[in-house]
Design a protein. Sequence first.
Length: 163
Amino acid sequence: MRGKYLVMRRGFSLAELILCLGILAISLVFLTSFFISLYRATDKSGNTAIGTRAAETVINQQLHDIYKGSHPTLTKSSFFAADAAPGLSGSLQLGQTEFQYQMDYSTVQSSSGGSLGASLAGNRVKMVTVRCWWWGANAGSQRAGQGRLSVELHRLVNENDEF
């Protein structure tokens, strides 16, 4: 005997199906945007590491050429005698990416206001700053979704250093 309380249910209603598909679609949109953000962050991190390597290459090569006397425009004495207002600029190819760079240098001042190390012969100190970028016309250019794609490296160099 069939009871009057027995209800036969054969499937989901249309409203339940639409609700389920809506939740699934929203979840897929969030997951997709999460993975895109993760990819961009990973890409930027890799580019920043390569940009740091490019900046280190520039600073090492420029200082080596200056100290060894093979730089086309600077000697060691002219490097330590004055600060660079426009600085040195150029480009460097690493892998498939072309990096632009700007290298500035300035004399480090002591607390008394004079040049640090100037009281001892051959002991002056310079602050060398290299800005390296790989997107846009200048170091402040930004790329959508990744922000500014540039690095800045600082190094203190002494007249007695070896490169």
